[in-house]
Design a protein around this ligand. Structure first.
Ligand SMILES: Nc1ncnc2c1ncn2[C@@H]1O[C@H](COP(=O)(O)OP(=O)(O)OP(=O)(O)O)[C@@H](O)[C@H]1O
Ligand SMILES: [Zn+2]
Length: 463
């Protein structure tokens, strides 16, 4: 098994060879916490969760770090506008983010550093940059001097003109070069600030990830991920700062996910074309949203629409249906096969080819349905579960899957009420009162609950 990743540093597909043979480290840029995450923000979380699960299967030690940006002028602006204290906004938003990402089937990272907890590390790094001649102080600001770093621009492959245009620079008079970027800026009395050698102020965004990745993973680490929008300027600036401050190569493999789009445009807060994960979860199960996300290769754009979600639900109905059948045959839950099927591993090794992995799952399920019943069916279900787990799906009890209801759905009978009615129907049949038994079944059907009798007993699902 050889994992091949498209490396943004070279623009080529390369075999993944970690720094240490038995360990892998990965840093992914996390959310700026001032509002609910939208589905576009969830894309990197889901994509890198699949990679994390793969790395954990291959290496004894895996360290996945995803930061929380809890210092940002967007957060300050939100606090000023709403009157809610900054710490309350960031704590509440972070908790919501955790809930939403868990509902999409993503594992928590091994470390989740918050920017506010690393100010000392950021100041120390900026001091090193000033000492080494890569940064200068001007009017209470500290700026990175791109002229001091000959290979600046190497990650995004931009020419100097593009760098300047792309930096969307507010051409501040204190900048020596319009492409220089902020490491530290002064704070006024109303703005959060920390004492520093350059006065009370706050860090720029880029230095946060350089300082936190150094603290958590060291000077050089294996994988750095994030959305494609971060390549420039964020990641370009991270490389420049980290390599200049540490005197060592920064990242070995850069991995960037493509955009989630709506009618061809990037889903983003500024365009207002976003759907928050919360609202999407009220209308469709998290597992279906996740499968839909993985049905497109991570580097390609994915257009978010209802048809994709419907197709994902149909696939999951079919897969959970097979597991349910196998469980009826076994009389207990199906355990996943210990190994992920080779076809799925091979697909994921091919630069995380999740659409191909999903095709493998369909193949396993089709074979399972064809063999009908018996041990072959159970074998297919155990394989299907292991294959699903590699993608972060098929962890639920099938009955739970089939009973999912959208938020605010007609409040039909509760699970307990249904169980009680099924018991009453069983008694009626025992008493040979078939009319009463049928009436219970028909009443439940009228409320969207379907009963299925088998040798193992009566199962139910909501339609
Ligand atoms: N439409 C999208 N498709 C894929 N990834 C996205 C999309 N929008 C944001 N991301 C990613 O989400 C992660 C979180 O970024 P961040 O919290 O900065 O969001 P954002 O850039 O503020 O969102 P927005 O673009 O809506 O303002 C980053 O890795 C970013 O690349
Ligand atoms: Zn970052």
């Amino acid at each position: 098994m050889v994992l091949v990743l498209h490396n943004g540093a070279t623009g080529k597909r390369e075999e993944f060879i970690p720094l240490r043979h038995d360990a892998a480290g990965m840093y992914v840029c996390g959310p700026t916490v001032y509002d609910f995450a939208h589905i576009g923000n969830a894309r990197p979380v889901i994509v890198f969760d699949v990679l994390y699960r793969l790395l954990k299967r291959r290496y004894a030690q895996v360290r996945y770090v995803r930061n929380i940006t809890d210092i940002d002028d967007k957060i300050n602006a939100r606090a000023a506008q709403s009157g809610e204290p900054i710490a309350a906004i960031t704590a509440r938003t972070t908790a919501a983010f955790h809930e939403d990402m868990a509902a999409l089937g993503s594992l928590p990272p091994d470390a989740e550093p918050r920017a506010t907890a690393h100010i000392g590390n950021m100041i120390a790094m900026i001091e090193r940059l000033v000492e080494r001649g890569y940064a200068y102080v001007a009017e209470g600001h500290v700026l990175f001097s791109v002229a001091a770093k000959a290979d600046y621009g190497k990650l995004s492959n931009r020419s100097r003109d593009e760098l300047i245009a792309g930096a969307r620079v507010d051409v501040a008079p204190y900048k020596r070069d319009p492409a220089d970027f902020t490491l530290w800026k002064p704070s006024d009395a109303e703005t959060p600030g920390w004492n520093s050698p350059w006065g009370r102020g706050r860090p720029g965004w880029h230095i946060e990830c350089s300082a936190m990745s150094l603290a958590e993973l060291g000077k050089t680490f294996d994988i750095h991920g994030g959305g494609r929008d971060l390549v420039f300027p964020h990641h370009e600036n991270e490389v420049a700062q980290s390599e200049a401050a540490n005197g060592a190569p920064f990242v070995r493999y850069w991995v960037h996910n493509g955009f989630l789009t709506v009618n061809g445009e990037k889903m983003s807060k500024s365009l207002g074309n976003f759907v928050v994960v919360r609202d999407a979860l009220a209308k469709a199960p998290g597992e279906a949203l996740r499968l839909n996300m993985l049905s497109t290769h991570y580097r390609a754009p994915i257009d978010w629409n209802d048809e994709g979600i419907v197709r994902a639900r149909q696939a999951l109905d079919r897969w959970y249906g097979l597991i349910e059948k196998a469980e009826a045959h076994l009389g207990r839950a199906v355990a996943p096969l210990a190994e992920v099927p080779a076809g799925v591993e091979a697909a994921l090794d091919d630069d995380l080819n999740t659409p191909l992995a999903i095709a493998e799952l369909h193949g396993i399920a089709n074979a399972g349905y064809q063999c009908g019943t018996g041990d072959a069916l159970v074998d297919a279900a155990t394989k299907l579960k292991a294959a699903g787990h590699a993608l972060g799906i098929l962890f639920q009890d099938p009955h739970q899957w089939f009973r999912w209801q959208p938020a605010g759905a007609e409040a039909g009978p509760t699970d307990d009420e249904i169980e009680t009615l099924i018991e009453a129907r069983k008694q009626a049949r025992k008493n040979r009162d078939f009319a009463a038994a049928d009436r219970i079944r028909d009443d439940l059907a009228g409320q969207g609950v379907i009963l299925e009798d088998s040798a193992a007993g009566t199962k139910w699902k909501r339609t």
